[in-house]
Design a protein around this ligand. Structure first.
Ligand SMILES: [Zn+2]
Ligand SMILES: [Zn+2]
Length: 455
């Protein structure tokens, strides 16, 4: 197999794997880096000859995996876009949001190349989609050649799948982003049982140890306790969340807490736009596919208030009564609802900030987590600075498998080769060292960026 990682950073960025098996030319994921701006956020597509791709396979609908698909499709009109039925519904919603954000950034930040794709290119995705249900293997033929492809439920987010390619009795499995643990709204992910030759796997949590106290259920309990204490002292809670998946998971956790009378039913809960838009899509998917269980009745039960129906709050101005905000972005990126509400709540010691997902250290969320209480925090996009008085807490509810379970799963699969991806250098190094020590017969490849390999 020819293999090349087209992500220009050794990081979780513009994920994109370029693979050739016999006459088949395949790309697995084509993402946009959350850290970079403009054309620098794209994978290096110049490595792929125009018109050559047979398949573009999307493991799931996070933007670091699909954000560049409309751009890649421009030069590959014959390619089929292989997705799970859930991703088929979700992808246009998430790409459309990305388009709106880019248009906004063009205006606010003067990034002239934005938006990187047009609305009609999202609408045209329908011509390329080819649906693949979990566990249903499909055979594709080209001249005399044939390849089998199958998706495995990866947990992580709705529609996420690991992808198996089988060519001439050789099996290559791409993990995508994987979570082996069940979430409130999603089934646990599973890996294949059959022997495989090569495993291309994510390494997101390679640098993160989960301690005994940090087990997920204990973390959820600690989150609810923090919310209880905050509301009792008359403060508000900000939970910055990713709109896709994490918002609906947190709403379900709050729903449970309200039903168990741990949180007063009358507490206002506020959500922002995309998180609410996805609720409808999730409801639709849940009715058809049992791996996702989220009903929009949760919103009604909780009396969720859309952020745009609230009075606009200026920096430093508090809501009229203690409120729980479940709003995006998860990393508190500039000019997003969570960033603006943070500027209202940070200066008051009664309030709490509860981070429930990964924050890149360079984003405002990451910077706040690294700051200490009493210091000042500058909301540069709002020209506003305030002392950090609110409690700032991090809860480990990661949507990615813990490093130990991923390591064990990889060793159990016992492939001939393991290719490391989707992680920073520290994370990849942990997996490299552990795998070469615990399973010395497996060849472990930490691929250099933009370097072709024969595997
Ligand atoms: Zn993901
Ligand atoms: Zn990812």
């Amino acid at each position: 197999m020819f293999f090349e990682d087209l992500n220009p950073e050794c990081e979780i960025g513009a994920n994109c794997h370029y693979v050739k098996l016999g006459s088949f030319h395949i790309v697995i994921d084509a993402g946009m880096s959350p850290r970079e701006i403009g054309l620098n956020a794209l994978p290096n597509f110049s490595e792929i000859p125009d018109g050559s791709l047979d398949f573009i396979i999307a493991t799931h609908c996070h933007l670091d995996h699909i954000g560049a698909i409309p751009i890649l499709l421009r030069n590959h009109p014959k390619a089929r876009l292989l997705v799970t039925p859930q991703s088929r519904v979700l992808m246009p919603v998430l790409l459309e949001n990305s388009y709106v954000v880019m248009k906004h950034q063009r205006k606010e930040l003067g990034i002239r190349e934005y938006p990187l794709f047009e609305k009609h290119e999202i609408e045209r995705l329908g011509e390329y989609f080819f649906e693949m249900k979990y566990g249903v293997r499909r055979t594709f033929r080209k001249d005399e050649d044939q390849i089998d492809i199958e998706f495995f439920d990866a947990g992580h987010v709705a529609g996420a799948g690991g992808v198996m390619l089988e060519y001439k009795h050789r099996r290559i499995f791409f993990s995508g982003d994987i979570l082996f643990r069940r979430q409130r709204i999603l089934q646990a992910g599973k890996w294949p049982e059959k022997k495989i030759d090569a495993l291309v796997m994510e390494t997101t949590r390679g640098a993160t140890e989960r301690t005994e106290q940090k087990q997920v259920e204990a973390e959820i309990e600690r989150l609810i306790l923090t919310i209880q204490y905050t509301l009792r002292r008359g403060g508000s809670v900000l939970i910055p969340t990713f709109a896709f998946g994490r918002t609906q998971e947190v709403l379900t956790i709050l729903h449970e807490a309200v039903r168990a009378k741990k949180i007063d039913k009358k507490t206002p809960i506020v959500c922002s736009g995309l998180g609410l838009a996805i609720v409808d899509t999730f409801d639709e998917i849940s009715q058809k596919y049992p791996s996702l269980q989220f009903r929009k009745s949760v919103l009604k039960d909780l009396g969720v208030i859309p952020l745009n129906r609230m009075k606009f709050l200026q920096p430093g101005e508090e809501p009229s009564k203690p409120t729980i905000f479940v709003i995006s972005s998860g990393m508190m990126v500039e000019n997003t609802p969570s960033y603006n509400i943070a500027a209202c709540l940070l200066g008051n010691a009664k309030n709490s900030f509860c981070f429930v997902g990964y924050c890149d250290p360079e984003t405002p969320g990451g910077q706040l987590l690294a700051s200490s209480t009493g210091g000042n925090f500058l909301f540069s996009a709002l020209h506003y600075s305030t002392p950090i008085r609110a409690a700032v807490e991090r809860f480990d509810l990661s949507g990615h498998a813990d490093r130990e379970e991923l390591l064990q799963a990889a060793i159990r699969l016992d492939p001939r080769v393991i290719v490391l991806s989707h992680g920073n250098e520290e994370s990849r190094n942990w997996f490299y060292d552990e795998l070469t020590y615990n399973a010395p017969h497996i060849h472990v490849l930490n691929p250099a960026v933009l370097t072709p390999y024969q595997i």
